[in-house]
Every structure is written in C-alpha cells, then in structure tokens.
Design a protein around this ligand. Structure first.
Ligand code: COA
Length: 135
C-alpha cells in the first residue's frame, strides 16, 4: 500500500536512500513524498514534484531487502495515477548513466531515454533524462 510521508518515517527513508544512491537526499520537507508500506514495514519511497504539464520524479527507491517484489512498480503506478488525476501528459526523471538496474526498470515500464546531461556530477559522469507519455 502507498501512504503519504510523515516526518516520523524520515529515518527509515534516509536509510533506504543511503543504500540506494551515491549522494543523500536532503529536501525532506519539500516536494511530494510517498511511502510503500506492508504490515507496518516501510519498503520503499518516491519523491516527486508536479510541474507544468508533467510529474518530475526526483527519487524512487526500494529497500534492498524488498527488491523484485513489485514495490518499485507500485510506487511508479502511484505516480502515474497522480499524473492521470492532474491531467498531466508526461512523467520525467533523471538517472545516473551507470545505473543499469534503474534504466532497465524504467525502459520496461514504457520510459524512453532523452537528453544526456554531460558531466552532471563533479566526477564527470553523466545523467540521462527519461520520460513517459501518458495517454
Ligand atoms: C530500480 C528499483 C527502484 C526497482 O525497484 P523494485 O522494487 O525492485 O522493482 P519491482 O520489484 O517492481 O520490479 C523489479 C523486477 O522484479 C520483478 N518482480 C516484480 N514483482 C515480483 C514478484 N512478486 N516476484 C518476482 N519478481 C517480481 C519484476 O518483473 C521486475 O523485473 P522487470 O523490470 O524485468 O519487469 C530498485 O532497484 C532501486 O531502488 N534501485 C536503487 C534506486 C534507483 O536506482 N532508483 C532509480 C530508479 S528510477
């Protein structure tokens, strides 16, 4: 099930975040945060922003103990439902060029690669924009 974030969940989300990304998320009081939870256990979270015409996914991660159980798909389906509810045409996100799992996850769910942001990171690595059109 997907729940709205509340600040008591922050420590758990930070733990998932630290184990999923190279750099920590810091804006826990900004943007929309949704949490996947089963039997009181937090399994993953998404952070996104509604911008003109689209939903921008800023973070989406599953606890590594809960991967390949449909949590990421559940979080993404929730974001797609938000896009439909707000009559937005596009879902966008940005993925690190070396994140093969993330890229595969998005492509299998109808996302297409867009612009490459060259040397986005201070170590010179790129990010790739991904987008999905909503019918
Ligand atoms: C990418 C990421 C979010 C995927 O999360 P996840 O919860 O493992 O995703 P799902 O379980 O929904 O899907 C992963 C695979 O498990 C399979 N799966 C889903 N439910 C399953 C089940 N009940 N039993 C067996 N396999 C299952 C799916 O078929 C899927 O494979 P596919 O992509 O070939 O279709 C996760 O690996 C992660 O947190 N990565 C680090 C953060 C990151 O890279 N974020 C950017 C992603 S946009």
């Amino acid at each position: 099930m997907i729940y709205q974030y509340d600040p008591t969940m922050r420590w758990f989300l930070q733990d998932i975040d630290a184990k999923s990304f190279e750099w920590p998320w810091e804006n826990w009081d900004k943007y929309v945060i949704k949490v996947s939870m089963k039997e009181q256990v937090i399994r993953g979270f998404s952070i996104f922003q509604i911008v003109p015409n689209s939903v921008l996914i800023l973070r989406l991660a599953t606890h590594y103990h809960c991967r390949n159980e449909g949590v990421g798909s559940e979080l993404l389906a929730d974001i797609e439902a938000v896009a439909v509810r707000h009559q937005l045409q596009l879902i966008c996100t940005m993925v690190h060029e070396c994140n093969d799992l993330g890229i595969q996850f998005l492509c299998r769910r109808g996302f297409r690669a867009g612009k490459v942001n060259r040397e986005f990171f201070s170590d010179g690595r790129d990010t790739i924009n991904f987008y999905k059109s909503i019918e």
